[in-house]
Design a protein around this ligand. Structure first.
Ligand code: GLA
Length: 381
């Protein structure tokens, strides 16, 4: 990827870049729709990544090329004075420039070229990877003072306020703060992290990632609706966020909610937070094989209570489990995207074949399936 970004830069600008910065896609092992409820998540970074090659240019002007676009996009300081003026893929870049300037940084003008093997729209955080790689490039080119632990919040601001997607802080944290060989245990309220060893090979295990190829169905509107329901419920319960409802207090909290749909949504968030904590406890104790049932329970909760799965996704989970996966669940925001399955290393091909066969039986577009080991977060390359 680094070479592709370098080539894109040299051919677009007829000069070498000053450097190259990479940021990965992610999967979330467990903890879905908990981040914007101030709860817990446990993502790890993928070996797939977005690389930005970049160099300074004079004046407050930014020019961006992407392998996927014929023409570059150029914007000046005027277009980053308020949210939303640059649209399309370049909005993620403009959003980062905007958020940095809003935070008082003297952002250098720059030329950038982007190459990526993070699939777009597959729920693997291609947008956070792009934001993080651009952010790293601009921080280094300008010598800006922005420690790694403060970067996810700034990238999230670009996504929420400039691009206009009301996400939580998981994806930006994962792409920036993950470490190779580890899952990132993140408390989304305090932003405290703990790197949890996740050595699949030592346990003769693998994670299969199944890109469902399901078209995203109303994902943006449904995501925002889930978030709004959670916030209303927290309000009704008189707590700052659903994170403040404990597993022990769940039954009493449900009694105070107005309707069945809200009760289901809250039950998902509260039980999901609990599952993250139990998963972390098991991993800390070396019980990587034992996390399977928690993954599968998480899926059932997303399907039945949070109502964010689709037939392709449920089919992949069921087929993986029937073929011997220790656990399987949808990962990411939902309404399409990817499934991950924890499998014995010597069963990866059998499980992948079973998922593909189940898809074919249902007449779905064939899935893309790959194995993933926890990779490093954003870094110059
Ligand atoms: C998307 C969002 C994240 C998170 C997940 C669901 O990936 O970007 O902030 O809410 O959905 O867990």
């Amino acid at each position: 990827m680094a070479e592709r970004a370098e080539t894109a830069f040299r051919s677009g600008y007829a000069e070498p870049p000053a450097g190259r910065w990479a940021a990965p896609g992610r999967v979330n092992l467990i903890g879905e729709h908990t981040d914007y409820n101030d709860g817990y998540v446990l993502p790890f970074a993928l070996p797939l990544r977005t690389v930005v090659a970049a160099a300074r240019q004079d004046g407050p002007t930014w020019t961006v090329r992407s392998e996927l676009a014929d023409e570059p996009v150029t914007f000046t300081a005027d277009e980053v004075t308020g949210p939303g003026r640059v649209t399309g893929w370049a909005a993620y870049v403009a959003g980062v420039v905007w958020a940095l300037r809003e935070a008082g940084h003297d952002v250098p003008g720059a030329r950038l070229a982007i190459a990526s093997d993070v699939p777009l729209g597959a729920g693997l955080s291609s947008s956070a990877a792009l934001e993080a790689a651009v952010l790293a490039a601009l921080v280094d080119l300008g010598g800006l003072d922005l420690p790694a632990e403060d970067r996810p919040r700034l990238a999230k601001r670009a996504e929420n306020a400039y691009v206009g997607a009301p996400t939580g802080i998981m994806d930006q944290s994962a792409t920036i703060r993950c470490r190779a060989g580890h899952a990132l245990f993140l408390d989304c309220r305090t932003e405290a992290v703990e790197h949890i060893p996740f050595d699949l090979a030592a346990a003769s295990l693998a994670i299969l990632v199944v890109d469902s190829r399901a078209p995203h169905r109303h994902a943006d509107g449904e995501y925002a609706a889930r978030r709004a329901t959670c916030e209303r419920a927290a309000d009704t319960l008189g707590v700052p966020a659903l994170r403040d409802v404990s597993a022990d207090g769940l039954a009493a909290a449900l009694d105070r909610l107005p309707d069945d749909e809200t009760r289901r949504r809250v039950r998902h968030v509260v039980t999901e937070n609990q599952r993250v904590l139990e998963t972390v406890d098991l991993l800390r104790a070396g019980g990587i094989r034992e996390i399977g049932p928690l993954l599968t329970a998480s899926h059932a909760s997303m399907r039945d209570d949070f109502a964010i799965t689709v037939p392709e996704i449920d089919t992949a989970v069921e087929a993986a489990l029937a073929a011997g996966a220790l656990g399987a669940r949808m990962t990411g925001g939902g309404f399409g995207g990817c499934v991950l399955a924890l499998v014995d290393a010597d069963r990866t091909e059998a499980v992948a074949a079973a998922v593909t066969a189940a898809y074919s039986d249902r007449g779905f577009t064939p899935p893309t399936i790959f194995t993933a080991l926890p990779a490093p977060g954003a870094t110059p390359v």
